[in-house]
Design a protein around this ligand. Sequence first.
Ligand code: BTN
Length: 244
Amino acid sequence: MTAYSLAAPFRLIALEKVDSTNDEARRAAQAGSGHGTVVWAREQTAGRGRRGREWVSPAGNLHCSLLLDGGPEPSRTPQLAFVAAVAVRAALADLVPGAVFQVKWPNDVLCHGRKISGMLLEQASSLIVAGIGVDVAFAPEPGLYPTTCLRQLGSGAEPFDVLAGLCEHLGVWYARWRSEGFAPIRQAWLDGAAGLSGPVTVRLSDETVLEGTFAGLDPEGALLLVEAGGGQRKVLAGDVFFRR
Ligand code: BTN
C-alpha cells in the first residue's frame, strides 16, 4: 500500500494481508523495529482475540498493532491496555459526535452497549504489542456480546482515518502515562466505563463464575467486585457480562 503515513513518533508498516498484525509486529520487533512501529493490514487471515478466540478480520475493518516501550517497571505494563482503551474511545468519539462510547473492562470499547473494538496486548522481546481491532465497515455476528460498527453508526470513516485518530490520541495518553503514571489513565477510564456500580457476572479463565457489583478498578487495573456477602475481590482476567 502506498501514500499512507503517520505523524512521529509513529512509523507505519502497511500491508494488504497478514496472518495477524500482532504476529507481524512481533516479527518486526525481532528484526529490530522499536517503539512507535505500527503494523496495519487491510485483512487478517488468523486474527486473534483474547483468550484464544478468533477475531474476524475482513477488509473494511481496522486491524493494527503498535509496538510500545513498556517503561522501566515491567509490573506496570498491563496498564497499557487501559491507555489503549482510553485512546480508542476518544478516537471513535471524534468520528461519531453524539454517540455514547464506553470502555468495558478490561479493554473493549462499546457504543450504546454494543462492542465495536477489542484489544489484545502481548509481550514482544522488551516491547509491548498493542493489537487493536475496530469494526469500521462490518459488525461481526454477535458471539459473547452484541456488536456494532462505525458504518451502522452513520460514519463514513475508512480504516486509515480511524488509525490516524487513534495514533494521535494514543500518543497523548501514552506520554501522560510515562510522565504522570497510571492515575490519570485510570480516572479517564473510569469516567467512560460501562456498568460501573452495577451488577455483573464475571467468568474467569477456569470457568468459575462470580457475581457481584462492579465497584471500580484498583490502582493496578484489576476489576473490583463486591460480592453478595459484602466481600471485595480483585479480578485480574475474565469476561464481564452486565446484568440488569
Ligand atoms: C478481543 O476483544 O478479544 C481482542 C481483539 C483484538 C483484535 C486485534 S485486531 C489487530 C490485532 N491482531 C490480532 O490478531 N488481534 C488484534
